[in-house]
Design a protein around this ligand. Structure first.
Ligand code: 4NP
Length: 202
């Protein structure tokens, strides 16, 4: 049997835990309402971008690596963060496809991300969720836990300035030229996305 003193301590720590949890939920929901503005940071005080493709071993980890390069180049690691995920979880834990790693490294981007499936909880953590193609976009729309969360979803191709492509093609079944072409598109889109976010944060 616990003493009255111990019970009192237990009660107080449970009360603190409950208050912290409620505060966290309120903060997350406030962040949810404001998620369309690039100057509204989430609870970690960082603007967070999630790149999503099918397997999370070709396009989205490459987009993440390229985007992170722009973040580092501009010394904004404490303000902007990126991650990537796949709508299909079959490659969970794997490094990016060797062909993509080789092609990216040739351009100076070392890809070290490990594949993971996207989750509906990602919509709470991230400010933007970026789909590589139309199927990824549809899958994310279905996964989003609320109508507000769907407003975080964007198409990667909407950031292209040097191409009229409306999606980032899947290079998985292409030859090595396919990987180079996809990296050209991703470099263009990442640069413009980064510039837009940076401007919004100033
Ligand atoms: P990603 O490419 O979606 O750009 O990562 C693919 C990787 C793996 C598969 C399909 C696409 N796959 O079918 O295993």
């Amino acid at each position: 049997m616990k003493s009255a003193d111990e019970k009192e301590k237990l009660y107080l720590s449970l009360q603190r835990l409950t208050e912290n949890t409620i505060e966290d939920i309120v903060n997350r929901s406030v962040n949810h309402k404001n998620m369309n503005n690039h100057n509204d940071l989430n609870i970690n005080n960082k603007y967070k971008v999630l790149f999503v493709c099918l397997g999370n071993i070709c396009r989205s980890p490459a987009a993440q690596g390229i985007f992170e390069h722009f973040v580092r180049e501009n010394g904004m690691e404490d303000r902007i963060e990126a991650d990537s995920a796949g709508t299909y979880g079959g490659h969970r834990g794997e490094l990016p496809d060797r062909r993509m790693r080789t092609a990216a490294l040739y351009r100076g981007f070392a890809l070290t991300h490990r594949s993971r499936p996207v989750s509906s909880l990602d919509f709470l953590d991230f400010d933007l969720v970026i789909a590589m193609d139309d199927q990824n976009y549809e899958d994310l729309m279905h996964l989003a836990p609320s109508v507000e969360a769907t407003h975080k979803i964007r198409r990667m191709a909407s950031y292209l300035k040097n191409s009229r492509m409306t999606y980032i093609p899947d290079p998985y079944y292409m030859g090595s030229e396919g990987f180079g072409m996809v990296l050209d598109l991703l470099e263009d889109a990442c640069k413009n996305l980064f510039d837009e976010i940076k401007e919004g944060l100033q």
